[in-house]
Structure formats: structure tokens, C-alpha cells
Write a protein that binds this ligand. Structure first.
Ligand SMILES: [Zn+2]
Length: 422
């Protein structure tokens, strides 16, 4: 009995102290990447859930009573931002997409998604834009709520909900037409798009995700699924709610229609070229190349990377990525993670470097560029006074070797420490 009383007093006292004096941290490292520039000899001070100071050590006074954080040969970065995830999917070489969509219940998939969310956060990704549950309804809205309420650990989420496809275009496909097969997204066309966009918004979508094309051409090639007018209608209804439209688009024609209709980001863009990249740049559209999805799916289909001949779709992806770089379009970081394991998000960044992007630009893509694209630059994506205390510490220097981002030692989100490997 006495012991319980003592425990109660201790926990009450610690509650009082945490309520009265928010945790203060004094973080130092060999390098601090502030979202745009790498600095040496910097310190960062966190108080409560905010960064209250960041700059040269000699200009920043160590606060009394602060918890000191320092790792040898380390770099502090802003919490990383995953730009294209599917927390309700897991690698197709374990369970193919059709089976996940058709045979797994939403509750089973949500149980898995809680683990995926945790793995994402522990890998240093403190924010993620999730691009559709692929058949798990609005479970992403509930997942986001549980994370925000502190029930489960996970990244700060922006979610799409079900996403929208045109009738006839999307999968699962190839089943007897006598059966009504549930799809990986919600079909809608013509004027009905107005109702469906509003319905998705009402159910918690933070943005509207559209499949502007899909592989439903006569030979299975990517062909536009919506007309320009349909896309304009979707965009108008979405924008009037203060949200944005983002588009899956691989073919040049679908990218063009999506951009002209007002899309804010283009996902995949496998057949992008300099001309289309320039059009996107003119319209201030950010490109999410998802290079790892193509690479990994090719490997699931039997490609032995580095041993067997490179498949045509990988060669094409490398070529189009180079053209996008040459066009000057803004490139964000989002890998379609879920196709490969959650927590392996850095793979996309490694491949972006492998495909020809400067390492420093890839670091920016996953921090400041993504933050600006998602209109979060006043909250995350930078190590800067006044922003949320989302900080990651890794061993090494990721501006020299991007894979150093895998050597995570410390993860803080909103001033709360989730990982600290002393
Ligand atoms: Zn995707």
C-alpha cells in the first residue's frame, strides 16, 4: 500500500515539474543542416515544443537546467518530410497489391499501419504526406488522429483518404464482371466529381488526390483518365475549400492537363521531358518522381540489380529524371514508400543521388522544399527559431554521403524525444 502511495507521489511530482517547467534541450553537433545550408559549430535550443534558438555556439548561451544532447561525428537536420507514402500498404513481394486491397480488412490494415507509422518516425521522418489508403477508406484520417492525440507514435500526417479515379481505369482488374469488385480508390466522373470531392473533404481528406492517368490504354499503356474540364472542375471545388489537388500522372498528356487544371504536385511523371518540366515550373508545380517505386517493383519482378540487364522502365525513369533536372522544375522527395518497407524512406533519396541529383539538393528536397510545397514552411522543414522542435541527429555527414541518414541516433518531434541512442 505504502509503495503505491510513494509511486503516486513521485508520478504526481514529475507531472507537476513537467507541467511547470517545459523540457529544455541544448543540442550540439559537428554540423547543423538548417534546411538549406550546412553549418559548423552551431547549437540548437529547444524549449517545450519549439526551437527557441539556432546559430553559432558562441552566440547562443546554454540555458541553465537544459538537457544536453551531443553525439560524436554527428549532423543535426530538420525532421525529414516524406512526400509520398502509403502507410496502409506494405511491400508487394510479401503480399501483392490486389490481395491487400481485396482480402485484408480495414482493421487489419490499420493495425499494420500503426507499426508503419512508428517505423517512419523512428527513421527520422517526422512529417508525411500520405497519398491514399488504397481500399482502406478513411482509416488514414483515424490514424492521423491517434498520432495527434499521442495514442501512438508516428509522423505528423497530411492524408488523402480514398483518392479519386475515373470509372473503368483503376484496379484491382481482371475479375469476372459478374462480381462487383471494390477498387483501390473511389470512382467518379463528370458532374458527380463535385459531390465526391466534397464528400471526401467532409470525411477528412486534407487534399484531393486524383489519378489523372492510368495504365488502361489499348496495350496497357498510361493514358489520361479525366478530361481537362473534369480536372478543372475537381480543382475548382477542391480549391474553394482551401485545399489543393494533387495528381498521379505519368504520361505527358495527363501531366499537361493536370498542370493546366491547377494541380499543385505531380506524382511519378515517368514520361516527363524538358518541355513538360518547364511547363510545370511555369505553373509553380512540384514534381515527385518516386524513382524507388519503379526500381523496387522491377526487382520484385525478377530484375537482379547490378547483375542482369536494366529493365526498360528503369532506363526510362533515369532518362526522364535527368530531363526533369534539366528543366529546372522543383523536385520534392517522395518515394511511394509502402511499395518498399516503411522506415526505409531514405532509399528514395539514395536513388535520387544515384540518378544524378546533387546530394545537397536531395537533402533540401526532403526538408525545405517539401515544407514549402506543403505550405508548412512556418512550422517544419528548417532548423530555425520559432519552428516546431522536429530534429534528427545522424552519425556522419549526409551532405557528403546521403546514406548517413540511415545512421539515426536521435529523433525529436514537437519537442518530444522518440529515439535517443546513447
Ligand atoms: Zn502512390
Amino acid at each position: 500500500m505504502k509503495r503505491y502511495y510513494l509511486l503516486f507521489v513521485i508520478s504526481f511530482l514529475s507531472f507537476l515539474s513537467s507541467a511547470q517547467a517545459p523540457s529544455k534541450y541544448y543540442l550540439t553537433a559537428d554540423r547543423v543542416f538548417d534546411g538549406e545550408v550546412m553549418h559548423e559549430g552551431w547549437a540548437v535550443i529547444v524549449e517545450g515544443d519549439k526551437i527557441v534558438a539556432a546559430g553559432p555556439k558562441d552566440k547562443i548561451k546554454e540555458p541553465t537546467g537544459a538537457i544536453k544532447i551531443n553525439f560524436p561525428n554527428s549532423t543535426i537536420t530538420p525532421g525529414l518530410i516524406e512526400g509520398h507514402s502509403h502507410l496502409f500498404l506494405y511491400p508487394y513481394n510479401i503480399t501483392d497489391w490486389d490481395t491487400q486491397v481485396l482480402k485484408e480488412t480495414d482493421s487489419y490494415r490499420t493495425a499494420r499501419a500503426t507499426v508503419h507509422a512508428k517505423n517512419t518516425l523512428m527513421a527520422g521522418f517526422t512529417t508525411a504526406r500520405d497519398l491514399g489508403t488504397e481500399g482502406a477508406g478513411y482509416s488514414d484520417v483515424a490514424l492521423k488522429r491517434a498520432i495527434n492525440e499521442g495514442i501512438i507514435p508516428g509522423p505528423r500526417l497530411m492524408v488523402a483518404g480514398r483518392a479519386i479515379v475515373s470509372t473503368g481505369s483503376y484496379g484491382p482488374k481482371g475479375y469476372d464482371h459478374d462480381q462487383e469488385i471494390m477498387l483501390g480508390a473511389e470512382p467518379a466522373d463528370g458532374n458527380d466529381l463535385v459531390r465526391v470531392v466534397r464528400d471526401q473533404i467532409g470525411k477528412g481528406a486534407d487534399f484531393i488526390k486524383i489519378y489523372a492517368d492510368y495504365r488502361w490504354g489499348i496495350n496497357g499503356e498510361d493514358q489520361p483518365s479525366f478530361t481537362l474540364d473534369e480536372l478543372k472542375l475537381i480543382n475548382e471545388v477542391t480549391r474553394s475549400s482551401g485545399r489543393v489537388m494533387v495528381c498521379h500522372a505519368k504520361s505527358k498528356e495527363a501531366i499537361k492537363r493536370a498542370v493546366l487544371a491547377g494541380a499543385e504536385t505531380i506524382e511519378h511523371g515517368d514520361f516527363i521531358d524538358v518541355e513538360i518540366g518547364k511547363l510545370m515550373k511555369e505553373h509553380n508545380v512540384t514534381y515527385y518522381p518516386t524513382v524507388s517505386a519503379v526500381d523496387v517493383i522491377s526487382q520484385y519482378r525478377g530484375w537482379k540489380k547490378g547483375v542482369s540487364a536494366e529493365p526498360a522502365n528503369v532506363t526510362n525513369k533515369k532518362k526522364s529524371f535527368k530531363e526533369a533536372l534539366a528543366s529546372g522544375v522543383t523536385i520534392g522527395m517522395g518515394g511511394d514508400v509502402g511499395v518498399y518497407p516503411h522506415g526505409e524512406n531514405v532509399l528514395e533519396m539514395e536513388l535520387m543521388v544515384e540518378y544524378g541529383m546533387k546530394t545537397m539538393d536531395v537533402l533540401k528536397a526532403a526538408t525545405s522544399v517539401n515544407a514549402r510545397t506543403f505550405h508548412l514552411e512556418n512550422q517544419v522543414g528548417f532548423v530555425k527559431e520559432g519552428l516546431k522542435a522536429d530534429l534528427v541527429i545522424v552519425t556522419g555527414d549526409p551532405s557528403k554521403n546521403i546514406s548517413d541518414l540511415r545512421k539515426v541516433k536521435f529523433v525529436m518531434k514537437d519537442g518530444v524525444v522518440y529515439r535517443n541512442e546513447k
